[in-house]
Design a protein around this ligand. Structure first.
Ligand SMILES: [Zn+2]
Ligand SMILES: [Zn+2]
Length: 259
């Protein structure tokens, strides 16, 4: 006898009730198993207008109602050479999405890579020229941390993003060549920058020379990690590096955890 999927779900809910990690409500639909649809939908996304270089949304009221992006103050004032062309973030590092990233990364809830990766993929489809990327490259973990954790969350996310990049393949020639401290335990941008300086290199990556690459990370905080990754990629001859993150930790939320 074949039970209908509704019945299977009802039985599962009876035997193994699931509760939203954010609001504690009983979850009665399949969804992602950890958050109710309301908390997931309420978790703030980054929507236009936002800065097309650093990805940050403009303060409330600025550019209200327009769908056209424009540079933020700091990006338009800066003439600093960036190793990447742009950062695109799908959501703000808050609410259910922040909780989901932490559950994925620090509690091994790898099932969450799918809904989180889909958020990033959706943002890519809307905002990037998806057919121009030859490679999608995850921000790597050092092999020791990789062994401890058992997986690289950025790679799981990159695999979901691959679905919207018709000409890209997953590439792992970018390596973290020395262990680094957890960025969130360090104070200030200078210390974080120093922590990751020279920590990345492209190994046996001759094939990436000349390519346009999408670098994928879970959360971008001060941008120190992705800047170092992009520098390593550029030194290996990569023509263009764009960065895609599930979430951006905005200035009012500096406690964001990284790696
Ligand atoms: Zn909820
Ligand atoms: Zn900006």
């Amino acid at each position: 006898m074949q039970l209908s999927s509704d019945w299977v779900l009802t039985l599962k809910n009876l035997l193994l009730p699931q509760f939203c990690r954010q609001c504690g409500e009983r979850i009665l639909t399949e969804e992602n198993g950890y958050f109710c649809p309301t908390c997931w939908e309420m978790s703030p996304r980054i929507e236009r207008p936002f800065c097309p270089i650093c990805g940050r949304p403009h303060p409330a009221g600025i550019g209200l109602g327009t769908r056209s992006n424009f540079l933020c103050g700091p990006c338009s004032a800066s003439n600093e050479q960036r190793p990447y062309r742009r950062i695109l973030g799908a959501a703000q590092y808050e609410g259910a999405i922040e909780e989901a990233v932490k559950l994925l990364k620090f509690n091994g809830r790898v099932r969450l890579a799918q809904p989180l990766g889909e958020l990033a993929a959706e943002a890519a489809r809307e905002e990037l020229d998806c057919e121009t990327y030859g490679f999608v490259i995850p921000v790597p973990l050092h092999r020791v941390r990789h062994r401890e954790r058992g997986f690289n969350q950025s790679k799981l996310l990159a695999q979901e993003v691959l679905a919207v990049l018709p000409n890209a393949q997953l590439d792992e020639s970018l390596k973290r060549i020395r262990p680094t401290k957890v960025q969130s335990r360090l104070h200030g941008e200078a210390e974080r920058r120093e922590n990751v300086r020279g920590a990345f290199a492209v190994v046996e990556g001759g094939h990436v020379a000349g390519a346009t690459v999408l670098l994928v990370d879970d959360v971008v905080t001060t941008g120190g990690t992705i800047a170092e990754c992009a520098l390593a990629l550029r030194s290996a001859g990569v023509a263009v590096v764009d960065v895609l993150a599930v979430a951006l930790a905005l200035p009012h939320n500096p406690g964001a955890q990284s790696k």
